[in-house]
Design a protein around this ligand. Sequence first.
Ligand code: ADP
Length: 758
Amino acid sequence: MVRLKIGQRILLLFLAVSLLPLLAVNFLLLNLAQKQLKQAATTRQSIIATQTAERVDNFLGSKVNVLIFQSQTNAIRKFQTSEANLNLATMIKQDRDMERVALIDKKGLEQVVVNQTGLVTTHANVVNSDAFKAATFLAGKEYIGPVVYNQGKPEVTIAVPLIRFADQQDLTHLSTAEFGKYRSASDIQGVLTATFSLSDLWQSVLSTQIGNEGYAYVVDDKGNLIAHPKADFLATHQNVAEVHQVEDFLRGSHDVHESISETGDKVFSSYEAITRTNWAVIVEEPISSVYAGITSFYRLAIVIFVVIAAVASGFSLLFQRRLLAPIKRLAAGAKRLGGGDFSQNIPEQGDDELTDLASNFNAMSHNIRSLVADLKVRNDSLAAEQDKLNGILTSVTDGIIAVDRAGKIILLNPPAAHLAEKPADQLINKNLNEVFGWHKKGQPFNLELNQAGVYRYDEVSLPQADKEASLDIMVNVVQHRDDDVAAILTVHDLTTSRDLEVMKLDFVAIAGHELRTPLTVVRGYLNLINNEAMDQLSVYNIENLQRALVGAEQLSGLINNLLNISRIERGQLEVVPTKVDMADITKQIVEQQQVTTKLKDQTLVYEGPNSGAFAAADVTAISEVLNNLITNALKYTASQSRIVVSLEAQAGGAVRVAVTDNGPGIALSAQKRLFTKFYRVEHDLTAANRGTGLGLYIAKTIIDLHHGTIGVISDTGKGASFFFTVPAYDALAHDHDNKHHGKEQVGKHGWIKKRSHN
Ligand code: ADP
């Protein structure tokens, strides 16, 4: 299908609107004109045919009448030869058409013959001639013979009978004798016959003007041509009975008007019979000639057509310029807009809908302009945000990974790529769990990415080329929305810090052990002096010795605590519970600690059974606990305070030891955190005494390993009572397979592991 531009469509519309009605009117007019021309031709032809036929008829009738008139004269009728001669000579002289006239008696002998040149003395017998027969015996009426061409000239012979006078008609009413009226031969006296030239008649008939090119011709009752304007055609064609119009005549009907002529042309045609002779005048006019007038009409119509088309085109161009120019401006504007030029404004000329369109277009382009500017600003700030985010993602030391709902990686920062030991772009769109192949406790495992929530996975191992990384992973699975991001992972690599931690703990252990040996020597000598050389010392030095002893004890406690912490952290703190008499141990420690009471003039007493409080406990570890509690009580109470270490065997199968002082006590709010690492309560005595905040933490760890309980009962200003329980040995004995009966160990990070005996 041809794609027309608007301009072409408008042109077509204009042409259609202006030319189609013209076409219709032309068509109607043409039809009408054709009809009228045809009608006129038919009428004209029929009139001419009738007139011509009448002319021929009149011609023949007048000749017949002349002959009848002569036939009634006495001279002719009575064959008075000399008078008849005169009559006939006069007659031939008076009629230019008459070529020859003859008086024939009833026996068929020519009695008198006169031609144009004069009297002819011949007495030929014409008894067998058609004229004689017809005029006498056969019809008894006038005879009009066939047209004969004599040396190219048409001739017709007319004969009339000579009738007895008595039967003669009234001469004033001369007309064709009635057929069959004369039956007996005696009625007919003879025949008067004359030959007439038809040249003049034909001349006038054939020169009849019919339209521009029409003509008439004459046929006889057999369809033979007897007159035709074209002499050569007449010479070659004798019978035209097959020509439609002639056929029509021979049949006696009047149907055909449009037909093919005797010369093969398309013609309108008409005929009129000549009643006297049964000939017919055929009138023809070529159809082209009939419609010749229409051709000029056509020409005029074409000229009008062209003029109107030109005018319509002109108007359409004008219209296009008016209508299309703004549309073209709009189209060009839209094109530039499409190309990204939002700065243009279309001129708003006029006051019509197109102006509204242009102004709306300008408003739209203005809006787009501001939208684009707005978008640019947002884009810039987004880019800045993106840069910031990228900066953050790159600068954080933890790995950060975003995955989609299918678990595919959609973003990761350099530390995350570093963990996977692959370039980041090779990891995008890969499955998270497949890429990293995490393990936990030797088992492969996958991160949960489907259920919304925050999940923490610690102790995750990631096999790497030269080592196994230890990871702490935080997974934030976001609520499932249309969002692409389904989960964000923060992966913390513990490997390095763990190594550092181990180094630190190793150092603390080594340093602790190295310090303990000389300290033991120091403590030994100080105790030796205290026990054996006291009396040799001045009061001043005794006090110094006391300070040295307390300091050495505190230092020893500190080193023990550090070593214990190091053991706990490395998972090496072990308790091996055996049957111990808690009363015995407690009494001993209270005894050992007496030396440190002296400095502040404090009282440290034991209240409880002397022996028989058997428990399943690790002597060394439990001693640490007791020493810690008693040292604290001495440290955090003022001078001359009283500290009671009490012991009781409980009904539930446990031995309970409590260290109770009358010091400042511990606020309830502080009690909750008392047993955590590095926690120290803020009060005057804490400030005065150095400490690490580790003692109670270690004590709790050790008691936990014994499956005992540890706690404090205290009130601010009313002293504190620290207590712990350890399972009684009896209870252990009753349940030999009980988990208590084993070696207990603290896990690396404070988690308690259990190792069975076997
Ligand atoms: P450190 O003694 O090295 O500070 P501890 O874990 O042994 O560490 O003690 C933790 C804190 O508990 C101490 O700092 C002290 O403030 C408080 N505390 C311990 N025992 C007593 C006590 N008997 N009376 C008052 N406060 C105490």
